[in-house]
Design a protein around this ligand. Structure first.
Ligand code: GMT
Length: 402
């Protein structure tokens, strides 16, 4: 490709294919890149949750992590590196974009090094496809949060995470908070902040009375929480918040998502005698429907590098109450769409919720401000173009280097 050409690219995308935010972002990015005519190759251990059925223009390559009785820990990183290498040999990727640094940035670099020094083996898929002669590909690593906050800073992973980021052609982070934290605590490489995004058509205000009626009556406010119910989401706080709020208003809570703390949350709710008021909805690829029937969104995370669910709530014009941690203040800005409180301050959180639930005009103003902000700063088409520009920049640089 010449320096000025903008022909479709062959993009390899690597992510954790779960309902977690990084998998959702990668899946939606891949979908939109394919819609724009790029050839998209997902290289994952499963089909990403939001990509079933697989849209046209997207190919899926399984990372087959084989287990063996001797191996207590199946070597996912090696299987992924081989898969990236094989896909590149077969499809001549222009870019490999990995979401989540650990261990994806490392696996991508292994694959790149294999491309530079082809193994020359017989019988491998790759050897037959190209004879081991592909050009090295630029690696883009997108940091999402826990890859840096929890894993990247841990002594077991710190050195190799830093080393792998240095070897990426570009590193992006989903918030300034995360970029600064990475520079300060992991490694000081250039990091471009490209925020997460939302499809404003799919996530828009909508009346779904039949669905809503399944969860609450017309006069009962419905509160939504979406997460993977892990420790970092402070699900105990969520339940405590709801119990406080219920002292003042007859409301219902809808918990969307699955995770290790679901059982304990269920127990707490049961012990408190409000099991009939809390709905555990489980995993769903259609989170927008649950936001669209909600009066309020709540997030009690200990840390969020971004808080994709907050943005999705804003796009659906749902007011937000949350702990003002990490990148969440960057998402909500100063637009008045949310009340952010100090981590653990449940009284203020409940008071903020009560304010929205008891003043429909305030709730409507906050909802509308959130939608405006989502449209103004986080539109999927605009943010996906930023990734596209980055890819073209790196591809041009590679052409210049050749
Ligand atoms: O929050 C999680 O447990 C999932 C995690 C992930 O890696 O999928 O989410 C992270 O990435 C999302 C997408 O960029 C962000 O919206 C979340 O804030 C971030 N989670 C944390 O920082 C805890």
């Amino acid at each position: 490709m010449s320096a000025t050409e903008r022909s479709p690219l062959r993009v390899g995308l690597v992510c954790y294919p779960t309902f977690g935010g990084s998998g959702v972002v990668a899946a939606e990015l891949g979908r939109m890149l394919a819609q724009r005519g790029h050839e998209v190759h997902f290289i994952c251990h499963n089909i990403p949750a939001r990509l079933t059925p697989l849209p046209s223009g997207i190919q899926f390559h399984l990372v087959d992590v084989v287990s063996y009785p001797l191996l207590e820990f199946p070597p996912y990183t090696l299987a992924l590196a081989c898969a990236i290498y094989d896909v590149h040999e077969q499809h001549d990727l222009d870019i490999v974009h990995v979401h989540y640094a650990v261990p994806h940035a490392t696996a991508a670099y292994l694959a790149l090094d294999m491309t530079r020094h082809p193994p020359g083996i017989r019988g491998g898929v790759a050897a037959e496809a190209s004879g081991g002669g592909r050009r090295p590909f630029p690696i883009v690593t997108t940091l999402h949060g826990t890859d840096i906050e929890l894993l990247g800073r841990d002594p077991s992973y710190h050195t190799i995470t830093a080393w792998s980021l240095q070897r990426s052609a570009a590193v992006t982070a989903v918030s300034s908070f995360l970029a600064q934290r990475t520079a300060r605590e992991v490694i000081d490489v250039p990091i471009e902040v490209i925020p997460n995004f939302v499809d404003p058509d799919a996530f828009s205000p909508k009346s779904l009375p039949h669905l809503r009626a399944l969860f609450a009556s017309d006069d009962q406010p419905l509160i939504c929480h979406i997460s993977n119910l892990r420790g970092i989401k402070r699900i105990d706080d969520l339940i405590a918040f709801f119990l406080r709020l219920r002292r003042h208003v007859d409301c219902k809570l809808m918990v969307v998502g699955e995770g290790p703390d679901r059982e304990r949350a269920f127990q707490r709710v049961n012990e408190a005698g409000v099991i009939g008021d809390v709905h555990f909805v489980g995993f769903t690829p259609f989170v927008q429907q649950y936001l669209q029937i909600s009066d309020l969104f709540v997030l009690t995370s200990d840390m969020e590098s971004f808080g994709l669910a907050v943005l999705e709530a804003m796009a659906c014009a749902v007011p937000v109450v949350a702990y003002g941690v990490g990148g969440v203040p960057e998402v909500v800005g100063e637009c008045g769409c949310a009340s952010l409180v100090a981590r653990g301050d449940l009284d203020t959180l409940a008071a903020a919720a009560l304010h929205y639930l008891s003043d429909p005009a305030a709730a409507a103003a906050a909802g509308s401000a959130g939608r405006q902000r989502a449209l103004g700063y986080f539109r999927a088409d605009v943010i996906v173009s930023r990734y596209e520009e980055l890819y073209y920049r790196l591809v041009r640089r590679r052409a210049g280097d050749a």
